[in-house]
Write a protein that binds this ligand. Structure first.
Ligand code: ATP
Ligand code: MG
Length: 372
């Protein structure tokens, strides 16, 4: 009986968690583990029975290798993981050039499309219309989201500054384009970003001072400038507590490795003792730094935290992604990953309608100017 309860209960929670928004943008400072976390999240959702699509914006992130693939990704989606319960992960790359090519083909320009894109027309257009590259990509994401091809789309976003610019490009274009397909595309994208049922951002950080500072600062930019709902924060690379080693102060002071070994019935040589004392000092220093940063993050940013362990594997591959996916699932079972979501949803909607109001007023003004 417990087996059934155990297997059904958490899976339902995880599934519900993953179904909250159809698009999940995974963002954060460079190198904090966005691609790794996006992959673990996708895998966890697939294990909970969902059809997941992971979208990368370029080929540099090494996402396929995290699913055991040797070949790179293309514009076409490809199944990279199949869960025993029927869920799956598909992966694809969406570049502005490919999205433009598809747009032109869909709009009856098949004959010239390839040649036009190959000439680098997008570079020329992008200089004249900033934000066009982003809108091509986000427009494509929005199209996939609308088509309900997947239960959840996980977007591996660029590093923070770029991610904010990436997501605000649509509203920027709305201010610039008065009409036409570009404007309607941008309107649709902004609508998607402001709708908490359709889109949320999950921020990733490490439990260290600089990434935590940057996360706190950018969280407000995502909320205020983009008007998108923030989901829980993922704190990646956390060192797990070691039983019996918690007595050490900062810098490892106070950990008597010799005494610990004696209690465990082990005899240590001088070299072993020295090496283990150094390890203990490192781990304990790291642990106190980590808890300081986690406490600061909690007090400065009212978002639930999901902690993922630091894995000391030489390389992160499918096995490690499996470990991180399970850890993420356990965090979702154990914490309340939606705490405060209602409030944040209301704020996202409010910011969205405020912005739409301002924009409408602006458009009306422009219309009056034009008429006059
Ligand atoms: N939990 C973890 N334990 C150990 N190593 C990790 C963990 N998460 C990520 N890494 C490693 O840290 C490095 C950076 O991770 P990743 O590529 O996912 O970061 P990123 O934020 O996507 O980087 P970029 O900004 O360059 O896209 C990689 O070498 C990855 O294998
Ligand atoms: Mg990456």
């Amino acid at each position: 009986m417990t087996g059934l309860a155990d297997s059904v209960g958490p899976t339902m929670d995880r599934e519900a968690f993953c179904r909250q928004s159809r698009v999940v943008v995974v963002a954060g400072k460079g190198g904090v583990g966005k691609t790794t976390v996006a992959s673990a999240l996708a895998r966890m959702a697939a294990d909970a029975g969902l059809k997941v699509l992971v979208v990368a914006l370029d080929a540099s992130g090494g996402l396929p290798a995290l699913f055991g693939r040797t070949e790179g990704m293309s514009y076409e989606e490809e199944t990279v993981y199949e869960a025993p319960g029927g869920g799956s992960v598909q992966a694809r790359m969406i570049t502005p050039d490919d999205a433009l090519l598809e747009y032109l083909i869909d709009h009856g320009l098949k004959r010239v499309a390839k040649r036009l894109v190959a000439t680098g027309v997008l570079d020329v257009v992008a200089t004249a219309i900033p934000g066009i590259r982003e809108i091509l990509v986000l427009g494509k994401v929005k199209q996939i989201e609308r088509a309900r091809i997947a239960d959840v789309i996980v977007l591996d976003a660029p590093a923070t500054g770029h991610a904010v610019r990436f997501l605000t490009s649509a509203s920027g274009l709305l201010d610039a384009a008065r009409g036409g397909p570009l404007r309607s595309q941008a309107t649709d994208v902004v609508e998607m970003l402001h709708d908490p049922d359709r889109c949320q951002v999950i921020l990733v950080t490490l439990p260290e001072e600089t990434p935590v500072n940057e996360l706190i600062e950018t969280a407000y930019r995502f909320e205020d400038d983009v008007g998108v709902l923030l989901g829980p924060v993922v704190v990646n690379g956390c060192y797990e507590a070691w039983d019996g080693w918690s007595g050490g102060g900062a810098g490892g002071a106070g950990i008597d490795v010799g005494a610990l070994a004696e209690t465990a019935g082990e005899e240590l040589g001088a070299r072993e003792l020295k090496a283990l004392t150094a390890v203990a000092a490192f781990r304990s220093g790291r642990a106190s730094l980590q808890s300081e940063q986690l406490a600061r993050l909690s007090s400065e940013l009212p978002l639930p935290q999901l902690k993922l362990p630091y894995l000391s594997a030489p390389e992160i591959g499918p096995r490690e992604i499996g470990v991180l996916a399970s850890a993420l699932g356990e965090e979702i079972d154990a914490t309340d990953p939606v705490a405060g979501r209602g409030q944040r949803e209301a704020r996202a909607r409010e910011l969205g309608s405020q912005e739409a109001g301002t924009r409408e007023a602006g458009t009306r003004e422009a219309g009056t100017r034009e008429a006059g």
